[in-house]
Write a new protein. Sequence first.
Length: 59
Amino acid sequence: MAQAANRSKNSRTTIATHKFLCSCGGQIKMKTVAENGKVHNIAECEKCKRTERRPSNFN
């Protein structure tokens, strides 16, 4: 049995990026913020500076 190459299973997966957009038309970026000794990930719109916990909450 001939194989094309000796590659791992992870190398065959494709990387897909999804751009999240706010209702104002700005792009949403994920940011890491440290508050009171804890690290929080927040999503922030670049245009209107609105912040939410995750990008799907902007809808």
